[in-house]
Design a protein around this ligand. Structure first.
Ligand code: ADP
Ligand code: MG
Length: 376
């Protein structure tokens, strides 16, 4: 008997997947109307589902004990807590938005580390959304599902996240990075295939405990909003790279000045990376990663020793470029390496972590993968 049958006493009607993501470059730019460049990972969340005709949703996860059950019509904000708030939030926003979803049994399975900055939260929301819609034969544009998933995470789960993670999970395609312009709300698929150039993209989870992440994130956001207001622009995206010195000279707080310098230079680095990738010059993207890390370390001040040691060690071991990715204070680094150096770069990071007395890191190979889809 399958796990699904054991849990729910019935056979599934289908299964749907939605992947996690890493952002190649464009960090702390999303809330400044900026540019981001994520890829979807092969690691994903799968939701196996069967229809119910009683208007109730039952959710179980192979990673958690028990079954949580609720009636769709009785869902209110905060009526379902813990991890089941994600599937409940997906059902809630679909109902609030007028989609005629019905009852379902949902089993969640994942090979995506949770809480590592690879966006298992967005993958869970997107996978549940496409499962509930697919189960009831409702066709919705992937970018619209992403927007709904973001609203569920903001309003139901209560996490003030941007739209990048959900867009990556829904809209990425294999062999590409998703160039997402948040101001224009436009996307473009940029060829990204490291293996074709004998390269590999390593993702290393540095396993650092997240410290004060929410407050630090809110403070960075506030500084940027304050700077935009002082400069009389709707968001820092409006500051052209060539106008940066001028803008900095008009700001008095030296911390705010550094945050502005990061956002404006980081947006430029995304544009440069995209131009190089379009021209088939992927190797040259490496130094942009490294420049992004230095800016996040010095101007945004969101790295921790584990992130800096992992990046420095990767570079010393021959990586073409490396940077922290995600919100900071833990999470993962990415490193662009020659394919045949991947193992030795990883070994060097493991050795350095042991020498520093850090928790052993873990890694995965980041093949650029497709966004959410139906599996069966
Ligand atoms: P990240 O998105 O970086 O992985 P978050 O803290 O945003 O980290 O989201 C992690 C949360 O998502 C977990 O605490 C849990 O509530 C939920 N989650 C992730 N994966 C699963 C899973 N396989 N089963 C149940 N809940 C999950
Ligand atoms: Mg998350």
């Amino acid at each position: 008997m399958s796990t699904f049958e054991e849990k729910f006493g019935t056979t599934p009607d289908g299964s749907w997947r939605a992947p996690g993501r890493v952002n190649l470059i464009g960090e702390h730019t999303d809330y400044n109307d900026g540019l981001v460049l994520p890829i979807a990972l092969p690691n994903r969340i799968v939701v196996t589902a069967s229809r119910r005709d009683d208007g109730r949703i039952a959710v179980a996860s192979t990673g958690h004990k028990g079954i949580t059950e609720f009636a769709i019509d009785e869902l209110t904000l905060a009526s379902v807590g813990d991890w089941a708030a994600y599937p409940a939030g997906a059902a809630w926003i679909l109902r609030e938005s007028g989609y005629a979803i019905g009852g379902a049994n949902l089993l969640i399975d994942s090979d995506l580390p949770s809480g590592a900055g690879l966006s298992s939260s967005a993958a869970l929301l997107c996978a549940t959304s496409v499962a509930l819609l697919g189960l009831h034969g409702i066709d919705v544009d992937p970018a619209e599902v992403a927007r709904l998933a973001q609203r569920a995470e903001n309003q139901y789960v209560g996490a003030p996240v941007g739209l990048m993670d959900q867009m990556a999970s829904m809209c990425c395609t294999a062999g590409h990075a998703l160039y997402f312009d948040i101001r224009a709300m436009s996307t473009d698929q940029i060829p990204f295939n490291p293996a074709a150039d004998d390269l590999a993209l390593l993702v290393v989870d540095v396993k650092a405990p997240h410290r004060h992440v929410d407050g630090e994130y809110a403070a960075r956001r506030k500084s940027c909003e304050q700077a935009a207001a002082e400069l009389g622009v709707p968001a820092l995206r409006s500051i052209a790279y060539d106008d940066l010195d001028n803008a900095l000279a008009r700001l008095h707080d030296h911390v705010v000045r550094r945050r502005v310098r990061h956002v404006v230079t980081e947006i430029r680095r995304v544009e440069d990376a995209v131009a190089l990738m379009r021209a088939g010059r992927l190797r040259e993207v490496g130094p942009l990663f490294t420049g992004s890390h230095a800016s996040l370390r010095d101007d945004v001040e969101i790295t921790v020793p584990e992130l800096d040691v992992a990046v420095d060690t990767a570079l010393e071991a021959g990586a073409l470029g490396a940077r922290m990715t995600g919100g900071g204070f833990g999470g993962c680094i990415i490193a662009l390496v020659a394919a045949d150096a991947a193992e030795s770069v990883l070994a060097a990071i493991e050795k350095a972590f042991a020498e520093h007395g850090f928790t052993a890191p873990s890694s995965l190979a980041a093949t650029p993968s497709a966004g959410a889809s139906r599996l069966s």
